[in-house]
Every structure is written in C-alpha cells, then in structure tokens.
Design a protein around this ligand. Structure first.
Ligand SMILES: Cc1ncc(COP(=O)(O)O)c(C=O)c1O
Length: 415
C-alpha cells in the first residue's frame, strides 16, 4: 500500500498534542524509577525529557499514561518517514516471514536496496558505487570507511573537523571532537576548523573570509611543516548535526572536494544524520554538487528504526581482500526490506521536496522570532535539519544552555 493510500489520521495519533494532568504521569514516574534502578547511569534523554514511551505513529508519540506528543526529535534522525509507517511496516513484516538473517549472501532485499541506493547517489557513484554492510550502527560505517581508505592509501592519519560527531566505537570516538565523551583516542587524527560562521573559529566574517578555513585545510595538506602526515581520508559531515546544526556557507564543501582531490586524499562524507531527505535533498552533499569518494549511511537507512549501516564508495577504492571486513549482523534482511520500502516512499511522496518546503517555512517563522526575541542568537538549517542558538547577549554571544533547557521543558509540558 502506498503512502497516498493512507490518510493523515491513519499516519499520526489524533489529536496531538493531547496531555492530561501533570507530566510525568504516574505510570511514567513508576517506569522512570524502575529504569533508575536497572539501567546505566549514562542514560541521557529521559533525564531531560522524563517520560516512558509506549507507542509511536508518524510524527507523534504516546507515553505510558496515554499523553500524546508531537515528536520533533524523529529518533535522532532515524525516523524520516515517521514512526511505524504502515507501508514500511508491511514490507518489514513480509520479509520477517521469509528471512531475517543472511550474513553477506545475496538476497532480494539487499540487491534491491543497493540498486536503489545507486540510483540516488551523486555523480559517478550513481553508476559504479560499491557497498559494504558492516555492523548495524552508524559508528560501524565510520569504522569501515576508515579501514577501507587506510587499506587503499596505506596511510594512517585522518583529518576530521572541530565540532564533529561520528560515534562511540573506538575509532569513531577518536574522530569525534567533543572531549567530554572522554574516549580513548586511538587514531592519529587532526581536527581542522569547521565553518561555524556564527562563531568563526578564525575570527573572520563570512562576507569577507573567502573560505579561509578551507584554505587552512589546503595548507595543512600542502605544507610538509604543517605537522600533519598525508592522511588516509578527510572525514566531514556536510552539515554538522551534534555539533550544533552547523551549515557551511555555499561553496565550502565544493572547495573541500577540490582540495582533497588536488592532494589525492579520499573524501568521506558522513551522511549518517543528514541523509535520506532530511535536509531537502536525498543527501546533503548534493546541495553543493559534491561527489565524495565514500559516503557513510545509517539511521534512516533502516526505514522506521531497524538497525543497519553501510558505506557506499567509488569502485576504485574497492581493493579489500576477501573477508577483509566482516560482521555477524551485516545482513539484517528486515532492515534492508524496510529501508528499501522507506526510500521508495520518500521518492513517491517527494519527501526531500517536502522537507525543503517545510524547512523554508519553518526558517522564515524562526527568523521572525530572531527579529523579536533577543535570546535567539542565530537560526540556521537546511530542509528540516534546523537549529536555534540561544544566547544571553547578542553582542557577546554567550551561550544560554539554561534557557535551552527551559524551552525544552516547556515544550514538553505543552506550555
Ligand atoms: C553524523 C553522525 N555520524 C555518526 C553517528 C553515529 O551513529 P550511531 O549512533 O548509530 O553509531 C551519528 C549519530 O548520531 C551521527 O550523527
């Protein structure tokens, strides 16, 4: 059944939001208390949004007390077609009846998914991409991308960017710039400044900087005295997600592509969060017309939340020996069938165009808030990947995390 055959009421809980009584409600409170006894102290989301979730449908969620919320989080970039979309569920259920686990044998869902991805990828990748499915999470795709580019180039070091987030496994963590995760750094990694123009790390203005941060990357790769050995890869998020929804200025990514090509360094675009229509294009690197050598994919690749990740890469990099990179869960057939169904749905309803349109509308409204509310320091985004930066003072740009927490809490309370 196609998306068009489902009406709004079937796709989302109605009405939404709909709250009864104080939050968290009694069942949520009891479940949060039990979680407190059982689960690791590292858990995070329920500390700032204290709720026990029972059901999700489309863009809405229901808690254990029957309260209905609008879900602006989308499973951290996973649920691009919403919770439990009926078309995707149907494909997943049908596959579950046939085959769930298949290592790396060819199967109908896997071949279908690879063919579909090829159809959508930018540039040469469209004709000749190779795919590698590794472990099920985004971090696994990052590990694969590093291992592949290292094997291919025979180099060890990697260039990543300040503000980056690439995951929690050892290599991915080494490439994640936020030191508060306290990870052991195993990779020789060099962090270059990312074009965070609202707080330019070089103290410049976007109108006149002439992409100085990209020039710095060029120098780092060119100058033998830069202290950076020629890297196996430059790894970049086309829009930084966890770093604060940082959208590079037009032309920046293209310049990074030009520079990496000039220095013969593979460019890896981490599209784990930006991929699959979220930014108004199927992949965010398309905004700049950039073709990476490797793209890492996960999150929305699993359709409605099934765990799966893969890398898509230029066939010239396909120099791995048989069995060079393996993994027990590299053939999750239900995730593949769901991913394929979700991508077909995205195409059918032009989800990217829809995200672009809604994104423009949302940004216009938020820019009005920027005009009138002094605490709104910056509003930025592409498609429906949008961030608002709250500051105590527009001149000093001092961040206001307490205000962000309060806004979040009041949204949760339906205030
Ligand atoms: C850009 C990016 N890369 C990699 C990851 C890691 O993915 P996972 O949490 O599935 O390992 C994330 C997760 O948020 C991400 O946003």
């Amino acid at each position: 059944m196609s998306h068009g055959e489902h009406n709004f009421e079937q796709l989302h809980f109605q009405p939404a939001p709909a709250l009864s009584g104080d939050l968290p409600g009694p069942r949520s409170q009891a479940m949060l208390a039990e979680q407190d006894e059982l689960e690791s102290s590292a858990r995070s989301y329920p500390r700032s949004i204290p709720v026990a979730i029972e059901e999700g449908r489309g863009a809405t969620m229901r808690d254990a007390d029957g309260n209905t919320f609008i879900d602006f989080f989308g499973g951290a970039g996973v649920l691009n077609v919403g919770h439990s979309h009926p078309t995707v569920l149907e494909a997943a259920r049908a596959q579950e009846q046939k085959l769930v686990h298949a290592l790396d044998f060819p199967t109908t869902p896997k071949l279908g998914l690879m063919r579909k991805l090829r159809e959508l990828l930018p540039g040469r990748l469209r004709e000749s991409a190779r795919f590698h499915f590794g472990g099920p999470t985004g971090s696994d795709a990052i590990e694969s991308a590093l291992k592949l580019t290292r094997a291919h180039t025979g180099r060890e070091a990697v260039i990543a960017f300040q503000g980056s987030y690439h995951g929690m496994t050892k290599e991915a963590l080494s490439l994640t710039s936020d030191t508060s995760f306290g990870g052991p750094v195993s990779t020789p990694v060099h962090f270059m400044p990312y074009p965070y123009c609202y707080r330019c790390p070089l103290g410049l203005k976007p109108e006149s900087c002439e992409l100085a941060c990209a020039k710095l990357l060029d120098t780092a790769l060119e100058d033998p005295h830069a202290g950076i050995p020629k890297p196996a890869a430059v790894l970049i998020e086309p829009i930084q997600g966890e770093g604060g929804t940082i959208v590079p200025p037009e032309g920046y990514l293209k310049e990074v592509r030009r520079i990496t090509r000039k220095h013969d360094v593979p460019l890896v675009c981490d599209e784990i969060q930006t991929g699959f229509a979220r930014t108004g294009k199927m992949f965010a690197c398309e905004h700049d017309g950039v073709q990476p050598d490797v793209i890492t994919l996960s999150k929305a690749l699993g359709g409605i939340g099934y765990p799966i990740s893969c890398i898509a890469y230029d066939s010239e990099l396909d120099t791995w020996k048989q069995g060079a990179h393996i993994g027990t869960f590299r053939g999750h057939q239900v995730a593949m069938a769901a991913g394929l169904a979700a991508i077909e749905l995205m195409q059918e309803v032009d989800l990217a165009g829809h995200a672009a349109e809604l994104g423009e509308l949302t940004l216009a409204l938020l820019r009005e808030a920027h005009e009138t509310l002094p605490c709104v320091g910056d509003v930025r985004g592409k498609g429906l990947m949008i961030g608002i930066e709250l500051v105590k003072d527009r001149d000093t740009k001092e961040p206001w995390p307490e205000m962000a927490a309060q806004v979040r809490s009041e949204c949760f309370q339906g205030a």
